[in-house]
Design a protein around this ligand. Structure first.
Ligand code: IYR
Length: 225
């Protein structure tokens, strides 16, 4: 492997395949068309999925760029029905209070078209729950390790995760139960990890319906200079 030293550190040669403009246009259009088919799904079939698929999806998420390459994330993969039940009970307890007293009317009316409520059967129906934890700092041999841009890094990794779930032919919902700290207790996570996102993964229930929402046009989201 070709290598060179940069300020005393080894760098390795990196190359990507050279693609023609036509090929890039085709590939980027195909990738867009595939990801444009992704929809958040809240109703899951209970059918299981091979563990290897979930491992590949999490490996993909963990290829994301991160501040100073500290990879400040932990992905807890849950299939144990007892743990799923505990998570559902705790999440619904919080959500019940959120929907009845914590969320302002504006928020609830914004969610009306999506048909969400405090009940979260997907927390037990989905064959897998991925709970993403952000590491505010790292711990190596009892020493604190500084992490950088933790929210940005973990957010990007979750984007990769969601795209990989879709690409595998599965569906997911990005769930943010409020409050979320019960996840640290149930999963016995160390103090440097905070829950970031809960993502049930699996097959959609037979005959699933999703809200008829539209995406913003390119003109709305892109400004050329
Ligand atoms: N956490 C709640 C409420 C909720 C909030 C937003 I913003 C959503 O896009 C969807 C749901 C819940 O999970 O129901």
């Amino acid at each position: 492997m070709e290598k060179k030293l940069v300020e005393g550190f080894e760098h390795i040669r990196y190359e990507r395949p050279q693609r023609s403009h036509e090929e890039m246009i085709l590939r980027s259009a195909e990738f867009y068309q595939d990801l444009d088919q992704r929809r958040t799904v809240r109703e899951f079939d209970t059918r299981s999925v091979p563990l290897e698929v979930l491992e590949n999806i999490i490996k993909t998420a963990s290829t994301a760029p991160s501040g100073a390459h500290k990879q400040p994330w932990t992905f807890c993969l849950i299939s144990d029905p007892v743990i799923k039940k505990k998570i559902r009970v705790a999440a619904e307890e919080g959500e019940k209070i959120s929907y009845s007293t914590r969320m302002p009317e504006q928020w609830k009316s914004d969610l009306k078209p999506l048909g969400t409520n405090w009940e979260k059967p997907f927390l037990e129906d989905a064959p897998y729950l991925i709970i993403v934890f952000k590491q505010s700092y790292g711990m190596e041999n009892g020493e604190k390790v500084q992490h950088y841009y933790v929210n940005e890094s973990v957010g990007i990794a979750c984007g990769f995760l969601i795209a990989a779930i879709h690409q595998a032919g599965l569906v997911a919902v990005t769930h943010t139960p409020s409050p979320m700290n019960f996840l640290s207790e149930i999963l016995d996570r160390p103090f440097n990890e905070k829950p970031y996102l809960l993502i049930p993964v699996g097959y959609p229930k037979a005959e699933t319906y999703v809200p008829d929402i539209q995406r913003k046009s390119l003109d709305e989201v892109m400004k050329k200079f």
